[in-house]
Design a binder for this molecule. Sequence first.
Ligand SMILES: Cc1cc2nc3c(=O)[nH]c(=O)nc-3n(C[C@H](O)[C@H](O)[C@H](O)COP(=O)(O)OP(=O)(O)OC[C@H]3O[C@@H](n4cnc5c(N)ncnc54)[C@H](O)[C@@H]3O)c2cc1C
Length: 304
Amino acid sequence: MREVDILVIGAGIAGLSAAARFAGHGETVVIEAEEAPGYHASGRSVTFCHFGIGDPLVKRLTSVSRATFAAPPEPGETPIARRHPALHIARADQKAELDALESIHRTLSPDYRRMSGAEAAEIVPLRTGGEDGIAHALFDPDGYKLDAHAMLQRHLRALRAAGGGADVSGWPFTKTVADGFYFLPEGAGRLLASPMDQTVSDPCDASPEEIDIATIAWRIEQATTMKVSRIAHSWAGLRSFTPTELPVAGYAPDAPGFFWLAGQGGFGLQTSPAMAMAAEALLLGLEWPEILRSRQIEPEALAP
Ligand SMILES: Cc1cc2nc3c(=O)[nH]c(=O)nc-3n(C[C@H](O)[C@H](O)[C@H](O)COP(=O)(O)OP(=O)(O)OC[C@H]3O[C@@H](n4cnc5c(N)ncnc54)[C@H](O)[C@@H]3O)c2cc1C
């Protein structure tokens, strides 16, 4: 059995934000019942930071937290928050509540503007006048739209850094120039890797072979200083190739009216804008696009 100093149950924002701080004090492990952090409340939040919620204690906690949201992100990091105003609106009979909110703002966030319902109605289409109309408002330019995913990721990175695990999110797509492997980051702590195998198969719902999984792990360990200790998940897919391994677009010579657009191999996504352009010209007999010609791509090169 493994012993750790601190065990945090739940990788929502509460658990991860605290664990990221605990990690500096001792070995900290977070356990999570779901497959991904933030699966429950933290991933379903409206993610807004404002002073119009909770009692004064919540508002004071919010004001301390706001400094974190206002700070610029680390270079290359997705911002966790962006400034976005909040408008608190009240009917005439709710003036006392708005006054109470204003008194909080006066001490915690003084850069607010009190306004009439009519002034607020120039910002959003509010109904004013009468008993039910909006009579008073408080405009807070200092609200923040938060990014829960970016917040969770920041804490995960901090946890991994404290645990000695590398943050791989900035690593490039890395590929052997010939046969071998490639890998690229999948989030902060995982790599997605492929042995680039091309096993001939009948069309089917492909699944990975144990030997291929072992091969990719071995190749990566041979070429890098990494130890592949865990395969989080694996999958396989089939690609279609022509005998020349070149993609084809054009009418089938032996089947009138049938048009081939096939053989996209392992590059079908990255070539799809150009191939679609070529297919459009060939299918409809349009002029060959200049952009293709300028790159020495002629219809004959794609002929089936
Ligand atoms: C619709 C909606 C709108 C919201 N809007 C806002 C907003 O605008 N601004 C704001 O600040 N907040 C908002 N919130 C609130 C905010 O989302 C939550 O307060 C916050 O996400 C709670 O975080 P948490 O980590 O406590 O909970 P969770 O994110 O639910 O995390 C708890 C985690 O613990 C895991 N877990 C539970 N039991 C176990 C176990 N026994 N073993 C392992 N794992 C376990 C769960 O799977 C879960 O991932 C909103 C919430 C909702 C639902």
